[in-house]
Ligand binder design. Structure first.
Ligand SMILES: [Zn+2]
Length: 329
């Protein structure tokens, strides 16, 4: 806006009635939120000195963006870019609302459901859902966690879910041609269903939880319930001089035997939870409780997204902030 236009605009403010002043205030607050979010995102993302279009590192300063962030021009391809260009969140149209959604995901209070968050932000629920999946893809690369000294391990279970799958629907539409899928429907999991069906445990997916007393912790979805799978997943996590505490499942026993590890087997009943003194699995048990509390509002996330939810919980427990996420975007 030209300087004298802006003067005129400011002078016009004198004629506003109280309701219009309220409106103008809201509008300005929203604008400020938006520019703050954009500059936060631009300042945090793509700090590498590389052109997002051609990868050239040669560049020169090329003014500033509308949000006062440094813009560059690539010497190689002559294109201009700033921090947000080329990042995973570069194309989001409402960065201010995205930042609010991101803060909700990482806040200290429980995250809201997609539906509720969408209503609060005035957005379509599919937009919020896409953003959540986008954040999942950013946090996907879990850093290598290392454990030492007294290491606790145990598994918790998450019911298999094919939320969004059309397999049963297709079967019922044409039972002669389309065979039923080999998995139970959610109705089969009701108390009555459990009595009628055997082998439902097959559809409970194991999630391995490992923690040491130094605060390192990990959740990992295991592909199946076999002892050898568990052993293979545990092996790189437990150094040779560590002490293992577990419920004594075969995977843990074999791991300890193969590596001559000191291994304390702890019962799952309350009276047997502590083998002796500091040898217990109460930290992983409390992680399981946190997992259940965390996952419960999502009413059984689709199995294909389960790893994303698990990683989300890890990120929350680690106290990651929106800025940390933006840096890897
Ligand atoms: Zn370039």
């Amino acid at each position: 806006m030209l300087h004298h236009d802006f003067r005129r605009f400011l002078n016009a403010l004198d004629d506003l009635n109280p309701a219009q002043i309220e409106d103008a205030q809201t509008k300005i607050r929203d604008l400020r939120r938006k520019t703050e979010a954009i500059s936060e995102i631009e300042a945090r993302t793509n700090q590498e000195h590389k052109c997002p279009f051609c990868g050239d590192e040669r560049r020169q300063k090329w003014g500033r963006t509308r949000t006062k962030v440094q813009r560059y021009r690539c010497t190689g391809c002559q294109k201009t870019y700033s921090g947000r260009t080329g990042s995973a969140i570069g194309r989001i149209h409402r960065p201010d609302l995205f930042m609010m959604a991101l803060r909700d995901m990482l806040g200290t209070s429980a995250p809201q459901s997609v539906r509720k968050l969408a209503r609060r932000l005035g957005l379509n629920k599919y937009t919020v859902w896409r953003w959540r999946m986008l954040v999942f893809s950013i946090i996907d690369s879990s850093s290598a966690m290392s454990f030492s000294e007294i290491i606790e391990a145990d598994e918790t279970y998450q019911r298999e879910s094919r939320k969004g799958s059309r397999k049963w629907v297709r079967h019922f539409a044409d039972p002669k041609k389309v065979t039923p899928p080999p998995c139970p429907r959610w109705e089969d999991f009701t108390t009555q269903g459990l009595k009628m069906m055997r082998g439902l445990s097959k559809w409970q997916l194991p999630i391995l939880t490992v923690a040491d007393r130094g605060g390192a912790r990990l959740f990992r979805r295991l592909p199946n319930r076999k002892g050898v799978t568990l052993e293979r997943a545990m092996k790189p996590l437990v150094p040779a001089d560590a002490v293992l505490c577990s419920d004594g499942a075969n995977g843990y026993k074999n791991l300890a035997a193969a590596g001559s590890l000191e291994h304390f087997v702890v019962g799952s009943k309350p009276s047997t939870r502590v083998a002796s003194g500091c040898y217990h699995i109460q930290n992983v048990n409390s992680l399981h409780a946190r997992y259940k509390r965390f996952i419960q509002p999502f009413c059984g996330p689709a199995t294909k997204n389960l790893s994303g939810y698990i990683r989300w919980l890890e990120v929350r427990l680690a106290g990651m902030q929106p800025a940390d996420i933006l840096q890897t975007a």
